[in-house]
Ligand binder design. Sequence first.
Ligand SMILES: NC(=O)c1ccc[n+]([C@@H]2O[C@H](COP(=O)([O-])OP(=O)(O)OC[C@H]3O[C@@H](n4cnc5c(N)ncnc54)[C@H](OP(=O)(O)O)[C@@H]3O)[C@@H](O)[C@H]2O)c1
Length: 311
Amino acid sequence: MRAVTFSEFGGPEVLAVSELPDREPGPGQVRIRVAAATVNPTDLGFRSGRQSAQLTGLEPPYIPGMELAGEIDAVGTGSDWRPGDKVMAIVIPRRPEGGAMAQTVVVPAASVAPAPKTASAEQTATIPMNGLTVRLALDLLALKPGDTLAVTGAAGAVGAYAVQLGAAEGLRVIAVASPSDEEFLKSIGAETVVARGDGAVQGIRALVPGGVDGLVDAAVIGAPILPAIRDGGALAAVRGWQGDSERDIAIHVVQVSRYSENQAALARLGKMVDEGKLTLRVAETFPPERAAEAHKRLEAGGVRGRLVVVF
Ligand SMILES: NC(=O)c1ccc[n+]([C@@H]2O[C@H](COP(=O)([O-])OP(=O)(O)OC[C@H]3O[C@@H](n4cnc5c(N)ncnc54)[C@H](OP(=O)(O)O)[C@@H]3O)[C@@H](O)[C@H]2O)c1
């Protein structure tokens, strides 16, 4: 099978397409013939060496990619999946089998859920990683219907799922983003949009003088966003947390690997798509040979919708 790989850390130019042997699924695993896999910010960190501490004992070539859509190709013992089932899956790439960006990928059966019937493979591939990240973030924040949720980086992948899942749960969502993203964010459920930048905290406090109940910090603003949250509120941090909190605000560090075998949550996300409750966004598709171009585009910023490699 062909896979997007890298054998040394560096810029997008280290990415190559390699021919590697197909792996056989073991007990409780399935092999997926991949139709589409996405490029996420974490792939840039993996490729550049920022995550090298987590690669101890793993030999290159490495395969990036944390989510995919495709079709079940082979089934290990103890799994109910059948060859030909259309599926999506989350993949943890820092393992001997590598990540999602390959023609065939072996994953635990519990990391797989049915693909929504109403979406293309390219769209479906954008669901698992960021959808499950937001599911975990909202579970950790544990807000009640009617509570206020602010979302930084709201126009990004994590941010837009936070807006949509938050609104679907009856939260009053304040999106922090560029004014040019306002129309889109309101169309997917944001009650109000506050302009990103230095005035964001003031903008949120103008709408909710006591501060919001919870905040998903998808733009990784960190401590400077805390004043937007009420005393005793909560923040979901998606890239760890340095330093202290304040005013009894709970900091929840989100690591999607915790939900990498939460099949029920992944299946619910797919169902939401079929019910018209989740909008999927693809910015552009690339063949595997142009994966480096997709990495460059994501690195440059300003992408709306995910960049997807099609196999
Ligand atoms: N811990 C986990 O398990 C986990 C899982 C998934 C993702 N993540 C992390 O979550 C973060 C977001 O991922 P993503 O895929 O959503 O990235 P993304 O699609 O690139 O979205 C980030 C968004 O934030 C915007 N932004 C940047 N600075 C901002 C600011 N100061 N105020 C408001 N918006 C701002 C960006 O706008 P521009 O494009 O215009 O700059 C972009 O729309 C990344 O750091 C990623 O690594 C963590």
